[in-house]
Design a protein around this ligand. Structure first.
Ligand SMILES: Cc1cc2nc3c(=O)[nH]c(=O)nc-3n(C[C@H](O)[C@H](O)[C@H](O)COP(=O)(O)OP(=O)(O)OC[C@H]3O[C@@H](n4cnc5c(N)ncnc54)[C@H](O)[C@@H]3O)c2cc1C
Length: 419
């Protein structure tokens, strides 16, 4: 920057306009702070675009729980639809894998479930308020989320899940084959057991919901800037952000770059153990006479099928590999015929999509201050539930910046646990 030229100034700069960054920006603006939100793409165009759109009340159990150990032999063959893994990536990142598995103990489950419950409850409340404020309430469906099992063993799994949810006051309904058909008459009755998460909602276009929240932010006086973010550095008692086309400065900076968050922090001396659990989706022309009414999670096939604005979206399980490794459509190719055996839908609409769930070894996001740099805030690592938990993450960061109480206990999400 030329001597004497001044960078654009604000109270807060938010880096990344996925659901998390947009939520931070909107919540900070609602507190009267001046906010610049920066992304190289339109808001909600990456991970926050391609997800299954489930606003999940019941996703309180981290993936790395004791039951994972029983599944490992099945995963080892590397053909399971729930998890494909890249052996080279695993060897290169064995530290991360060991830390992830070390969290899969019963003593490590309860505190994380309690933490996620607080985050999720606060977030669902905000989503339901914001979607109205953002004029996007027509996208919200209060029809629950249906998990279904084909196999006989599903009954026990569903009952165990229901009991666990009930322990946290989360309601669900156990369904048999007939009850599933009554709820979803358009699907073939292949499922023996279902569990309807009744307090879960969903949307018909997560990308458009994020765009609507971004418009609400702009409408409230927030600034949105399109640019490639190159670097952040301390300047005086605040921060300077170098962009492809200039610089911006602020008292506070928030890193909400989802799966791209770790690189930007490396020059500041932070080694963030952030892995990516990649996932895919493809959309198909719906049959109007055999519609789906809600997201359906096929537990045995490890996919979700859900009615979206542009068709039936099928989303896959996890591919554990480098964020930018070439796509491999094996899981999608396995899921689509299984889904076709249950729901009637036509040709593909558009190309398959690939995204990356940003994941820390304890499956909890980082929400809070960077330990060694004042006024640097971290908000990423939301794994499988970032679309659900973005708004409360935003509200918590905005509250911490303003020196007030966040809407849930943020201690378990402290970045200091890893940095
Ligand atoms: C297949 C799949 C299904 C899922 N289903 C669900 C679900 O049903 N419910 C749920 O709650 N969650 C779900 N998730 C998880 C959820 O999508 C993510 O946790 C969430 O979207 C993460 O949001 P984010 O804002 O952190 O990241 P992102 O949405 O990826 O946003 C990060 C932003 O940073 C920007 N960016 C990155 N680097 C730069 C740079 N250098 N300069 C400028 N901009 C930059 C990107 O353009 C992007 O817009 C799913 C994920 C996948 C992959």
């Amino acid at each position: 920057m030329a001597d004497g030229a001044r960078a654009q100034q604000a109270d807060v700069i938010v880096l990344g306009a996925g659901i998390v960054g947009v939520s931070v920006a909107y919540a900070a603006r609602q507190r009267g702070l001046s906010v610049i939100l920066i992304d190289r793409r339109e808001p909600g165009s990456e991970t926050s675009y391609g997800n299954a759109g489930v606003l999940s009340s019941g996703s309180i159990l981290p993936l790395n729980q004791p039951s994972l150990w029983k599944l490992l032999p099945k995963y080892f063959a590397n053909t399971h639809p729930a998890l494909r893994w890249d052996p080279v990536w695993v060897l290169q990142n064995i530290d991360w894998v060991v830390r992830f598995l070390a969290n899969a103990t019963s003593s490590r489950v309860k505190p994380r479930a309690a933490a996620l419950h607080g985050l999720i409850q606060a977030s669902l409340k905000l989503h339901r308020e914001w979607i109205v404020q953002a004029d996007a309430a027509q996208r919200l469906r209060e029809t629950g989320w249906l998990k279904v099992w084909r196999s006989a063993g599903g009954g026990a799994a569903a009952k165990a899940e229901q009991a666990l949810l009930a322990a946290y006051g989360i309601r669900s309904e156990l369904l048999d084959r007939q009850a599933i058909s009554a709820l979803e008459p358009g699907i073939v009755p292949v499922y023996q057991t279902g569990l309807l998460h009744t307090e879960t909602a969903s949307v018909d276009s997560p990308g458009n919901v994020v765009k609507a929240y971004a418009r609400a932010f702009a409408g409230a006086g927030g600034q949105l800037r399109h640019s490639d973010i190159k670097m952040i550095a301390q300047a005086g008692d605040g921060w300077r952000v170098t962009l492809a086309d200039g610089e911006v400065a602020a008292r506070h900076v928030v890193v909400a770059l989802g799966p791209w968050s770790a690189e930007l922090l490396r020059p500041l001396g932070y080694r963030v153990p952030l892995a990516t659990e990649r996932g895919y989706h493809q959309e198909f022309k719906p049959n109007p006479s055999r519609t789906l009414h809600r997201p359906i999670h096929d537990s045995d096939g490890a996919f979700v099928m859900t009615p979206m604005q542009n068709g039936i979206r099928i989303t896959t399980g996890v591919q554990l590999t480098a964020r930018d490794a070439p796509s491999s459509f094996a899981q999608l190719e396995a899921a689509v015929p299984l889904a076709r055996g249950v729901a009637e839908f036509g040709q593909a609409v558009g190309e398959p999509w690939r995204g990356a769930r940003p994941t820390l070894p304890d499956s909890l996001p980082m929400i809070g201050p960077a330990p060694r740099h004042p006024k640097l805030w971290l908000a990423f690592g939301h794994q499988h539930i970032g679309f659900t938990t973005g708004p409360a993450t935003g509200a918590a960061i905005a509250a911490m910046i303003s020196g007030t109480q966040p809407p849930f206990d943020t201690a378990p999400f402290s970045p200091g646990r890893y940095l």
